[in-house]
Write a protein that binds this ligand. Structure first.
Ligand code: ZN
Length: 461
């Protein structure tokens, strides 16, 4: 029996079976065997993972393209993902046009450049999107769609999106439930309350991250989360709540899960590391805002006890200059993929908040299960040979220029984290080793998802 690659002498972090020493053998890009240490089995190549932990390839389900430098971002941001130990990403594709008219072009840009496997969630905002939902699933293998509760009236115009309302959300969830195997990602925010609080804050001279938070207080997230859950339960739809940020909203999810459990909840690394007193000005502007220290504690509790299902970045690759403005006009969001794992290892594992197995679940098995990523997020035989080798004791300072994003800054610039990925392996090929990206653009494959998904060759037309 011969293998292409054996990862030998490492400690395996299996999201299902836990942490144990062992070797992993790969053939034809897939996991072909799990071996006892020192099995003596041969392979074309052996990587000695002594002292390292071997995770399934990490998956970031919340990435934004199109805000930095379109097209080339598919190169820079997937290099950045590989630097962070990520082998798969799901990006939000936001448009008011029919995806039937624009998908092929976007797909071609990404397929020619991506260093990691990639897929898309489509944002839906028009009646045509609603009519075409089933077709998108069948033709493009997209089984997740994003809805912004806050894009009422002109609020979404900065992203080119039409205004919507609760009637549209109702019709969308009804359609998703009827189609089956569809997840609706819902940005929960009561914008009618926010508009009022924002006017008051601006009139009162508000200018800080604390004021930004007060314009979108916890209740505006919690109330809209309850409304989303009520709609989902009534219509039997499966929903996903991205970037949860407050204890108030998370407590509502906990209560609701007793009566309706078809909800998946995500938080982002910055809600684990920053609160509203962070002294970084508009650099720290995000939506949702940084919250209170108690909210930060609640996010850690939710990750540990399972109320929060996964962590994703909400990565936005803009330049620092777009942030260096007054709080009300600065751009929202920041780069995040490549620092997710160091945040969870340093601030989570090393401080006793999360086990390694739990971190593997948050970043691999749960994202794969939630969005139907076949062959991903698993170390079982037959899964894709996607592995992230981690040095738990590697201490490294965050230097944005070393990570490869189009962005020229990081929230964590100058922070030192203990615990970093040192090798990223995608379908049996090393795409990053010791901070050097060795893969090539175009190696990343499209992730067609869902029962109705076409196979990849259908898309490579
Ligand atoms: Zn986002």
């Amino acid at each position: 029996m011969s293998f292409d690659l054996i990862i030998a002498n490492g400690t395996i972090v299996d999201p299902v079976n836990g942490v144990a020493p062992g070797d992993i053998a790969i053939r034809d890009g897939r996991i072909a065997a799990r071996l006892a240490p020192d099995s003596g089995v041969g392979a074309r190549e052996t990587i000695d993972a002594t002292g390292l932990h071997v995770f399934p390839g990490l998956i970031d389900t919340h990435v934004h393209f199109g805000f930095g430098e379109p097209i080339t971002e598919y190169t820079t941001e997937t290099i950045y993902a590989a630097q962070g130990g990520f082998t798969s990403i799901l990006a939000y594709f936001l448009s008011s046009e029919s995806y039937d008219d624009i998908f092929d072009t976007e797909y071609a840009h990404a397929a020619a450049r991506s260093h990691v496997d990639f897929g898309f969630h489509f944002s839906v905002a028009s009646e045509r999107h609603l009519d075409e939902l089933g077709g998108y699933a069948a033709r493009f293998g997209v089984n997740s769609f994003k809805y912004f509760m806050n894009f009422k009236g002109e609020e979404g115009r900065y992203l080119g999106l039409d205004g919507t309302d609760d009637g549209y959300l109702y019709a969308l969830l009804e359609r998703a439930a009827a189609l089956g195997d569809i997840t609706i990602v819902i940005h929960t925010e009561n914008i009618e309350l926010v508009n009022r609080f924002r006017r008051a804050s601006i009139a009162g001279g508000g200018s800080t991250l604390r004021d930004w938070n007060l314009s979108k207080p916890a209740f505006t997230e919690a109330e809209s989360t309850v409304r989303a859950l009520a709609f989902a339960e009534h219509l039997g739809a499966r929903i996903y709540i991205p970037h949860i940020s407050t204890r108030l909203a998370l407590d509502e999810v906990r209560r609701w899960r007793d009566r309706y459990d078809r909800v998946v909840v995500e938080t982002c690394p910055h809600y684990l590391t920053h609160d509203l007193d962070a002294d970084i000005g508009s650099i720290g502007k995000a939506n949702p805002p940084f919250r209170s220290a108690d909210d930060v504690a609640a996010m850690w509790e939710g990750l540990a006890d399972g109320a929060i299902d996964l962590v994703a970045s909400d990565h936005v690759p803009r330049k620092r200059a777009t942030k260096e403005k007054p709080i009300w006009s600065a751009s929202q969001g920041f780069p995040g993929t490549a620092t997710i794992l160091p945040v969870l290892l340093d601030t989570g594992y090393h401080r006793g908040r999360l086990s390694l197995q739990r971190i593997a679940q948050l970043l691999t098995s749960k994202p794969a299960e939630t969005f139907g990523l076949r062959g991903k997020g698993s170390l079982s035989i037959g899964s894709d040979g996607d592995l992230t080798l981690v040095d738990l004791n590697r201490v490294r300072e965050v230097k944005p220029d070393e990570l490869g994003s189009f962005s020229d800054y990081s929230l964590y610039e100058g922070w030192t984290f203990k615990g970093w990925p040192v090798r990223t392996i995608l379908r049996g090929e090393t795409i990053m080793a010791d901070g050097v990206v060795t893969g090539r653009g175009g190696y990343g494959r499209y992730l067609a998802r869902g029962a109705a998904a076409p196979t990849a060759p259908v898309l490579q037309r």
